[in-house]
Design a protein around this ligand. Structure first.
Ligand SMILES: NC(=O)c1ccc[n+]([C@@H]2O[C@H](COP(=O)([O-])OP(=O)(O)OC[C@H]3O[C@@H](n4cnc5c(N)ncnc54)[C@H](O)[C@@H]3O)[C@@H](O)[C@H]2O)c1
Length: 420
């Protein structure tokens, strides 16, 4: 008689980062699969194999209690029923770098067996699943749609969000044809409550880009509004508070020092590049929004200079405390964080600054590495200005507010502070 472990389907998650690790945990929690994780980085495997601490927001003790199998050695690969690709797609020449998706496809082509399901979760432009990944896997001599099944499953992970995790965030899935879609829906239904079926892979891929383009465009709108309001002497935060009471047709977005993370600053560019390549047209709204959001660090620098000037100081002879390095509160991820542009501006302007963030250890800006203070400095009065880029929940707000130092709060949350 077959034992329970033998009857379970085998899943391989390729790429163990912010997407792959929480996904592995969710699949393991369903208790329906034997799950392995492959990553090219042996350092990542060593970190994941520890029995305490966190990795990319996942508690390692909990993760390892399910008995997952992690490795970076390709000789350990066996046969799998499901492959999920979660490798990075960083910006390269204005589009996504697909080299890691291609390498994952080549790896799969070497070991794939008849009947397997392959799902791409990495974000990219429409057509990546069918035009790029499919032909690579078909080098296995198996045919897509009959010998193996292929789908795109859009990833919506929001690091640090305690209300919405993998299980209760609807998943958009589109296969290359109906059987592939059905197989992917059946797989995800083991650990996700609601699946939205897209017409095909392209619609699923584009829906992910639309979600982040929508955020980028709306954030650019309120960022520009903030800059205009400052000149007009109108409180943008109060304006937004009033508008947001409309119970229909208005979604609230707030200004800030820029956009960060792996999605909002990048995904719209994938879409814009795709449109210009395919149609030889500019996606004007995306390009303009990107320009406005990317200019925010320069605007913040201008506001810092303006505030220092009020007390006859300038950026070169002042000490500035920057609070918040990650792109959103209570996480350690600094990818594309607005602080990168702001530190660059400060360095170019010979600014003298200290950075505090309780979750981030250091910050790499171009080739320079900046140390980050875990604790809020003792003597805040030593600073000429406090620039708040991010509010972590453990931030000692009272100490900042009562210090008497001028505060510029780019998130508009501190009543007593100057705002954008
Ligand atoms: N981070 C997010 O919030 C988020 C949200 C939605 C979608 N995405 C998308 O998901 C994808 C993965 O993003 P992430 O944030 O998890 O990246 P990440 O950088 O956190 O992790 C990716 C991992 O893949 C590994 N890797 C690289 N090449 C590999 C290969 N050929 N084979 C196996 N492993 C390989 C890396 O070593 C790394 O550990 C990207 O396309 C991203 O745009 C990310």
């Amino acid at each position: 008689m077959q034992n329970l472990a033998e009857s379970k389907q085998k899943v391989l998650v390729i790429g163990l980062g912010y997407v792959g690790v929480p996904l592995m945990k969710s699949i393991l929690e369903s208790n329906n699969f034997l799950v392995s994780g492959f990553d090219v980085s042996s350092e990542v495997i060593d970190l994941l194999s520890q029995d305490s601490g966190e990795f990319k927001g996942v508690d390692l003790k909990e993760l390892n209690s399910y008995g997952p199998n992690f490795f970076s050695d390709t000789t350990k690969l066996t046969d799998y029923d499901v492959f999920i690709i979660c490798v990075p797609t960083p910006l390269l020449d204005g589009g996504p770098d697909l080299s890691m998706i291609c390498k994952s496809g080549e790896l799969i082509a070497k070991i794939i067996k008849r009947g397997a399901l392959v799902i791409l979760e990495s974000t990219s432009y429409p057509g990546t699943t069918e035009d790029v990944l499919l032909p690579i896997i078909e080098k296995s001599k198996l045919n897509a749609g009959s010998d193996f099944f292929l789908a795109f499953g859009s990833e919506r992970i929001d690091p640090g969000n305690t209300d919405f995790g993998i299980r209760n965030t609807p998943k958009v899935v589109g296969g290359i044809e109906k059987i592939s879609t059905d197989k992917a829906v059946e797989f995800y239904s083991n650990f996700i409550n609601e699946i939205t079926v897209a017409k095909g892979t392209r619609e699923a891929e584009l829906s992910k880009l639309l979600e982040n383009t929508y955020r980028s465009v709306n954030i650019a709108l309120v960022n520009e509004l903030a800059m205009v309001c400052h000149e007009l002497g109108i409180d943008v935060w109060d304006t937004i508070r009033c508008a947001s009471t409309k119970p229909f047709g208005f979604h609230t977005f707030y200004p800030g020092p820029g956009v960060g993370g792996h999605c909002i600053p990048i995904d719209p560019i994938y879409l814009s590049k795709y449109v210009s390549k395919k149609l030889n047209k500019n996606f004007e709204l995306i390009n303009l929004s990107h320009k406005i959001n990317s200019n925010m660090p320069y605007y913040v620098l201008g506001r810092v200079k303006e505030l220092l000037k009020l007390s006859n100081k300038n950026i070169e002879n002042s000490k500035i405390l920057i609070i918040g390095a990650s792109y959103k509160s209570d996480i350690s991820d600094t990818r594309e964080s607005p602080i990168l542009g702001i530190v660059k501006c400060f360095v170019e302007n010979k600014g003298n600054f200290t950075i505090h963030d309780s979750n981030v250890v250091e910050l790499k800006v171009e080739s320079e590495v900046f140390k980050i203070e875990k604790e809020l400095p003792q003597n805040l009065v030593d600073f000429d200005l406090i620039l708040v880029l991010q509010h972590n929940s453990d931030l000692d707000m009272k100490k900042i507010v009562t210090s008497g130092v001028t505060i510029l709060d780019t998130r508009g949350k501190i009543q007593e502070a100057k705002k954008l």
